[in-house]
Design a protein around this ligand. Structure first.
Ligand code: TXA
Ligand code: MG
Length: 379
């Protein structure tokens, strides 16, 4: 599994490393890190300062059950703009508005379709984002110019309480620099956002590890825009057959546009060249070992992404297990942390085993193939 440094030690190391870079970029804010002792017994006073920052137009990194989010007041155009600045994110890529309870949905939308209502009832609070026609209250800065708004009600107790205390819907993309793997710990957020945002709430490692499922329920048929922990099968059990946005399945051809604008960018990408090896497991192991030896011979640093079942089969390279094949949730949980660890280790090439794309595997393989820029070797 991914090694995790002691939070205090890693925060200090990251701060030193990042200070110079931050000053070069012109960001000089002091980022305060607030540790939550017990996420299941939060005291409101632990979150009050963060809630005030959100109310007054500032930025706060906070945990959700999927990945860490970078929060701002979703109804404040200037605050939404700050998110794009801190992430270095293109401003046509819309943000998800996070709410804490059902009553907070209605002011944001003009209509809740039957599919939207059923899915919200079935999966909220939880790792599902629903796209509705937007109301006038939601500024175009939040929706990237779209007439629709994406809304999610997180189940994580820290996220949910923070939103409730702030009294506003909270626009929150994943709290990473645009294009990097999403953060699953507060240390990841600090690494990308130190000096650029007012505060980070450290609630420990997230549970799921990949971003929410997105379903567009603004039209006649529900359409899956991004796979996540709420699987297609789970969505279809509630609303019947759903459409699948082609951007999920593979690279789009020229002129095609994904319905979730964010899906068009190269996402989740580590610095190294990531190559997926797909096929029968024995042959995958043999090919990764062959490629690793070849690159090591050329004096490159090589990382290998494998699972508990195969970790002992790789004698060379820096080997990281992401989890157990039969328990997909372990792989989702560790994937982004391992990609970030390889960034820290400055490897040149990463060879990864590939995984089943059933159920949660669809989200895992969607993130992994995008991170690899669809560079897949079939054996
Ligand atoms: O799990 C999550 O959803 C995390 C946590 C923090 O809640 N957030 C997250 O946000 O992943 P972000 O910004 O990294 O990804 C949001 C995705 C992007 O691909 C964006 O294009 C899409 O949602 N999106 C947002 N609003 C949309 C809309 N109105 N129509 C279609 N896609 C939309
Ligand atoms: Mg993101």
């Amino acid at each position: 599994m991914a090694s995790v440094l002691h939070p205090d030690i890693s925060c200090a190391m990251i701060r030193r490393k990042r200070r110079k870079h931050r000053e070069d970029e012109g960001f000089r804010m002091k980022t305060k890190v607030v540790r939550i002792e017990d996420r299941y017994h939060i005291k409101d006073w632990e979150l009050l300062e963060a809630a005030q920052i959100l109310q007054s137009g500032g930025l706060v990194g906070f945990p959700t059950e999927t990945v860490y989010g970078l929060g701002a007041n979703a109804l404040n155009p200037e605050a939404a703009k700050k998110i794009y600045g801190a992430k270095g994110r293109p401003s046509d890529n819309p943000l998800i508005a996070h709410i804490s309870c059902m009553e907070e949905l209605m002011p944001l939308v003009t209509e809740v379709t039957e599919a939207g209502r059923k899915l919200a009832e079935a999966f909220w609070p939880g790792p599902l984002t629903l796209v509705f026609p937007k109301s006038e209250a939601v500024p175009y800065e939040t929706t990237g110019g779209l007439e629709t708004v994406a809304v999610r009600m997180p189940a994580d107790p820290v996220a949910n309480r923070l939103i409730a205390l702030s009294g506003v819907p909270v626009a929150a993309p994943s709290a990473n620099t645009s294009g990097k793997p999403s953060p699953t710990t507060a240390q990841h957020v600090l690494r990308d956002m130190d000096g650029k945002i007012e505060m980070i709430i450290d609630g420990g490692a997230v549970g799921i590890g990949v971003e929410s499922t997105i379903v567009d329920v603004s039209g006649e048929q529900a359409i899956l825009l991004r796979p996540g922990a709420i699987t297609v099968q789970m969505v279809e059990e509630v609303v019947g057959p759903v459409g699948i946005d082609p951007a999920i399945l593979g690279p789009l051809s020229e002129g095609e546009r994904p319905r979730a604008p964010g899906m068009k960018y190269r996402h989740y990408a580590p610095q190294a060249e990531l190559i997926l090896v797909e096929g029968e497991l024995e042959q995958v192991v043999a090919r990764i070992n062959f490629l690793t030896r070849e690159r090591l011979g050329q004096k490159y640093q090589v990382g290998i992404i494998c699972t508990e079942e195969t970790r002992m089969r790789y004698p060379h390279g820096i080997v990281r297990s992401v989890g157990i094949r039969a328990q997909e949730e372990t792989i989702a949980h560790n994937l982004f942390a391992v990609l970030r660890e390889f960034d820290d280790l400055d490897v040149d090439y990463i060879y990864s085993e590939s995984f089943s794309s059933d159920h949660l595997g669809q989200a895992i393989m969607n993130r992994l193939t995008k991170a690899a820029g669809y560079h897949i070797i079939k054996v």
